[in-house]
Design a protein around this ligand. Structure first.
Ligand code: MG
Length: 460
């Protein structure tokens, strides 16, 4: 293993040819397969494998499958599909686990392997530790007569679509009558086929760009507002009711309103959740760094917000224990429990189409104005060598009236603002995020949090 490779709880990530090689992928896939088979208590386990559209995808796909076969795992290959489609296929096939070959929203030179548990959730911290321990001394390769077999499942996307359209929150007849016009940008990731098929089945007229699933991203693939200029122009040019952008593995959704303005990924979860919560009451689960716009949405629906440490699996597990109908992350990741406990951009898109249908003639820009707007300021600095708890104590004393949450770093809350200081899980940095009604107030909170951190670094 090299220091260029980032090994986390639920996956391994690196730059192609610079840390991440087929040998690395084969090794991790074999380790995961052997561990999953052991957990399943079966001599022969089945693992579902899928990938996004990245140029390095076919190579790593073959490498991952070879690794699984080498330890006697049978493989169900779902091909180029969204990550949520892989998660759903794991559940559908009652597989011992799944592998998604995708670096999500990361730039073109990255790829990664993500480990999926039999539940369809990503591996938890406990499961990741168990796998590392089980595979630390290597895994036994299978002999020629016990190698795994491979079969393909071409229907995974169709099942995923059917499941979304069958959600009780979607009134298919009403949506089809509305005949919305939607502009779509799939950044040449895995989303082209499923997003166009979904929108057409919802009766939408679609004006699309970057549908080719060849991984040649024409722009940075993260669906943040700064990267959506082409979609904004497409909305204005075509007069669409809304624009949808997804990331390469189709678990994040960003929205552009009818004026051609990206409204910020924080709104995706908030608006999708408002649609679910009108039908089913229950807590809204999200992470500690997500915009408090979700608090406004939850207040309106009369349900509580439950915050978890950052990381999709933390949100998913908490949704399961709380019986939450909806949750997700402020980066455009919507989780609909009725479907499955993973971020799902097509499900989010269907909920937004339903929202616009229910709103009658009201536009997306008018809908977003129903709720207050907040400014989020994000900063980061090198992680100090000393303990962070001292800083948390200092900050708590500096803000005696604030609510305190210590699940993941320190989060301080006030009625209309919050401040989150947390060490990154993947880089040697500390993230400082604040949200407030005005940018000036958010900047002030970040500055006050930085002061003790900067002081600590200068004495290093
Ligand atoms: Mg993603």
């Amino acid at each position: 293993m090299t220091d260029k490779l980032m090994v986390g709880v639920s996956g391994v990530r690196g730059r192609v040819g610079d840390g991440l090689t087929p040998e690395v992928i084969t090794g991790f896939a074999a380790g995961f397969g052997a561990w999953a088979a052991g957990r399943a208590g079966k001599p022969r386990a089945t693992i579902v494998v899928g990938r996004d559209s990245r140029v390095s995808g076919p190579m790593f796909h073959r490498a991952a499958i070879a690794g699984l076969q080498s330890v006697g795992c049978d493989v169900i290959d779902v091909g180029v599909v969204p990550t949520p489609t892989v998660q759903l296929a794991v559940e559908f096939h009652h597989a011992a686990g799944g592998l998604a070959i995708t670096a999500s929203h990361n730039p073109i030179e990255w790829n990664a392997l993500k480990f999926i548990a039999p539940s369809g959730l990503f591996l938890s911290a406990e499961e990741g530790a168990s796998m590392r321990e089980a595979t630390s001394k290597g895994v036994a390769p299978a002999t020629w007569d016990r190698l795994g077999e491979v079969r393909s499942d071409p229907d995974a996307v169709a099942r995923h679509l059917d499941a979304i359209l069958a959600l009780p929150y979607i009134d298919l007849e009403a949506v089809r009558r509305r005949r919305l016009h939607v502009a779509l940008d799939c950044v040449r990731g895995a989303g082209g086929p499923i997003m166009t098929a979904l929108l057409e089945r919802l009766g939408c007229r679609v004006s699309a760009i970057n549908l080719e699933a060849d991984g040649r991203f024409p722009r940075p693939p993260e669906p943040i507002a700064a990267n959506l200029g082409e979609l904004e122009a497409l909305v204005r040019r075509t007069g669409a009711d809304a624009g949808f952008a997804v990331d390469p593995d189709v678990d994040r959704l960003a929205l552009v309103d009818e004026t051609g303005r990206a409204i910020g990924e924080d709104y995706t979860l908030a608006l999708a959740a408002s649609t679910v919560l009108r039908h089913r009451k229950g807590p809204l689960v999200t992470n500690l760094s997500t915009s408090r716009i979700v608090d406004d949405i939850a207040n309106e629906a009369g349900v509580p917000v439950i915050r978890t440490p950052v990381g999709e699996v933390n949100v998913a597990i908490r949704m399961r224990t709380e019986g939450a109908p909806v949750g997700g992350e402020g980066n455009g990741g919507v989780i609909v429990a009725e479907l499955h406990l993973g971020r799902d951009a097509p499900a989010g898109a269907a909920l937004i189409v339903q929202l616009l249908t229910d709103a009658g003639g009201e536009t997306l820009s008018a809908i977003t104005k129903r709720w207050p707007r907040y400014a989020i300021v994000k900063d980061k600095l090198d992680r100090p060598s000393g303990g962070l708890h001292q800083i948390y104590d200092t900050l708590q004393s500096a803000f005696p009236g604030a609510g305190v949450d210590l699940q993941d770093g320190l989060r301080l809350t006030w009625p209309d603002s919050w401040l989150h200081v947390r060490p990154s899980g993947t880089e040697p940095i500390v993230r400082v995020i604040a949200e407030a009604p005005t940018e000036a107030r958010a900047r002030e909170l970040v500055a006050r949090a930085r002061a003790p951190l900067d002081a600590m670094q200068s004495v290093r």
